[in-house]
Every structure is written in C-alpha cells, then in structure tokens.
Design a protein around this ligand. Structure first.
Ligand code: FES
Length: 144
C-alpha cells in the first residue's frame, strides 16, 4: 500500500522534535481523525534555516511532516509557501488516495508556521491560494 519512501520516512522520520526559540510555530489538526501536527521554523534573512516537527498521528502524517520539513529547509519563505501537499506526496513517491489528506496537514502546518513568523514580524499574513476545505466536498476523511 505504501511506497518505500513513505515507509522510510515513517520508520526514520527526519527533523523530529522542537526548536528552541522558534521564529514560527504552526499547529494544525484534522478534526475527523484527531491527528495533530506541530511545525517549528527557524528563519534567517527570509530563508528557513531549520524546520522540525512533532506529529501525533498516522504513519502517512508522520512521513508527510518528515518530508515537508526536509523540503522547506533552505527555501525562502515564498518558495516554502508554494510547497503544496501534492509536492509532499510526490516527493514521497505517492500516497494512497485515502491518505492524501494526511499530506494536507503538512502543507497547512507549514503555512501556519510561516504566518506565525510573519505576524511576529508585523508583516501582513499570506492567504491560502488553494484552501483545503474540511466541509466542502474535498475528501479529508481519515481511514485508519
Ligand atoms: Fe488522520 Fe492521517 S492524518 S489518518
């Protein structure tokens, strides 16, 4: 059911933990399955120099947070904002359709952490270009 990449990032997740004095923190949850993800960012000169996560959730959510933190490290905030849940899933060599919503948590967590940073800097918050809806038909249901 899962690609080798997913299994690898599930068994050996990268960037697990917290950052001391993070510049941005984003916490998101999926109300359906109750899974929770927290993302911590360290930002220097508009670039993400460190990213860590804590995820209480399914294997696909753990693999997605691991991959998402890998993908945003070294990126500017603009580039990191454009890392979509599809990009995370592609980097994991695919997720089963019923697990795609787990990668949405990673995108939302990164976005929240970036906006937390922007808020602390007194900058205007960025808006979701492709809001994921928990109500309007997009399948975010969890299947454990
Ligand atoms: Fe809930 Fe994966 S995030 S099942």
């Amino acid at each position: 059911m899962y690609s080798e990449k997913v299994m690898d990032h599930f068994k050996n997740p990268r960037n697990v933990g917290e950052i001391d004095n993070p510049d941005g923190v984003g916490e998101v949850g999926n109300p359906v399955c109750g899974d929770i993800m927290k993302i911590f960012l360290k930002v220097e000169n508009n670039t993400i120099v460190d990213a860590k996560f804590k995820t209480f959730g399914c294997g696909a959510a753990i693999a997605s947070s691991s991959m998402a933190t890998e993908l945003v490290r070294g990126k500017t905030l603009e580039e990191a904002w454009d890392v979509s849940n599809k990009a995370v899933a592609e980097a994991l060599e695919g997720l089963p359709p019923i697990k795609m919503h787990c990668s949405v948590l990673a995108e939302e967590g990164i976005h929240k952490a970036i906006n937390d940073y922007r808020k602390k800097q007194g900058l205007p918050l960025w808006e979701e270009k492709h809001p994921h809806s928990h109500e309007h038909g997009e399948d975010l249901t969890c299947a454990h």
